[in-house]
Design a protein around this ligand. Structure first.
Ligand code: FNR
Length: 366
């Protein structure tokens, strides 16, 4: 068999992603108002990466309900109006031969915060544009405040699952091919997975089965909504990077990957961290999260596919990850901020222009 490389299409269900390069979801915190509606910024930002040769353009963490926004200016997908505002973007991505995705998200107790570039850090107070945040627990994220944090009741957890289901319906109507459930980085679903933040004693807390229940239910709900020919992704944090107390780790992640395959997921996007400021990240650099993706890929028992994100910045590096059969999908974040045409430049550098061609309008420039 021929060796797959960065430009070998990836067929998931009956959806063909034209290459193995995904734009990592990256919040832009760029809605004009507090309404979560996409703006010209989102359209140009995502459209440019489709022009730039990402096979899968994954839109940022998009809130499934207003209280799930990380900042008051986050993108939302909780109504048909939100879907309508994103439709031209998915149409454009498709016109460039790329596949569109959207990360469905709920920030839980890490909601209602200032934008990264704001003068202030931490929670936006309720008397300004903030709101009471919700979580698996009533402990606020340890910012230097006592921001009101509500532990969701069992019924309310079921309501959150319904919010994800409805958000998936809106995402489908908006034209997104691939929904990605955001269960990483210390946001709401991760707050349930991790013993660091899950102090519940109902059916959503305690045992591994109970802590993972909400994520399985969300994936099942999204799978219900999405047609059989379209894949569902899940981003997880494979470790909390916490050693001295019960926490989430790569063994639990591997078990979860197989359960999520059963629930209808097709690919696990493997990230790490974010649950607690006490996290102790050993090292950040090229491929810094790859070993977690590889561990899951080598030890899982289902045929779920695995993507790796983190410190992928060069064409050779991304290509080698696929050629050496270490991951099924390479996921690139910050490099795509620096170079929106990274996918085209990668093809050029690897001598594969024919496999990832610039748009006709740009041919004289490449
Ligand atoms: C991110 N990241 C991120 N992750 C995620 O799952 N959803 C999101 O919305 C965001 N938002 C976001 C915004 C910005 C500006 C950055 C830089 C990062 C994390 C991102 O997707 C990626 O996992 C990391 O940046 C690591 O990959 P790179 O950048 O080393 O390729």
């Amino acid at each position: 068999a021929m060796t797959d490389d960065l430009f070998t299409p990836l067929e998931l269900r009956e959806t063909e992603i034209p290459n193995r390069l995904m734009l990592s979801p990256m919040c832009q915190y760029s809605c004009d108002g507090l309404d979560g509606l996409a703006t010209e910024w989102h359209n140009v930002h995502l459209g440019t990466r489709a022009v730039g040769g990402a096979g899968l353009v994954m839109a940022e963490a998009t809130a499934v309900e207003p209280r799930g926004r990380i900042t008051p200016h986050d993108l939302g997908i909780w109504s048909e109006e939100h879907a309508d505002a994103l439709k031209r973007t998915t149409d454009f991505i498709e016109s460039q031969g790329a596949v569109s995705g959207i990360q469905l998200a709920h920030a839980g107790r890490k909601a209602s915060t200032h934008r990264p570039w704001a003068d202030e850090n931490g929670y936006v107070p309720i008397e300004d544009e903030g709101w009471e945040v919700v979580s698996a627990t009533d402990e606020p994220y340890p910012y230097e405040t006592d921001h009101p944090t509500h532990a969701l009741t069992t019924d309310e957890v079921e309501g959150v699952v319904e919010s994800f289901r409805e958000a998936a319906e809106h995402a489908l109507d908006a034209g997104f091919d691939v929904p990605e459930v955001h269960a990483a980085h210390g946001y709401l679903l991760h707050q349930f997975l991790s013993p660091v933040t899950n102090d519940r004693d109902d059916k959503y807390g305690g045992s591994f089965e109970n802590r993972t229940r909400i994520v399985r239910e969300v994936v099942e709900a999204v799978r219900d909504v999405y047609p059989d020919d379209k894949p569902v992704f899940v981003r997880i944090s494979a470790t909390d990077w916490i050693d001295d107390e019960p926490s989430w780790d790569v063994e639990q992640s591997t078990r979860l990957a197989d359960q999520l395959s059963e629930a209808g997921a097709d690919l696990i996007d493997v990230s790490t961290g974010g649950i607690s400021p006490k996290q102790n990240i050993e090292w950040v650099g090229p491929n810094y999260q790859l070993r977690f993706a590889e561990h899951i890929r080598e030890n899982k028992t289902s045929d779920i596919k695995i993507g790796s994100v983190g410190g992928i910045t060069t064409p050779e590096q991304a290509d080698a990850l696929v050629r050496n059969d270490r991951v099924d999908l390479t996921i690139v974040g910050r490099k795509f901020l620096r170079d929106p045409y990274f996918g085209l430049h990668a093809a050029q550098e690897l001598g594969q222009e024919d496999a990832n061609r610039p748009p006709s309008q740009y041919l004289r420039g490449f």
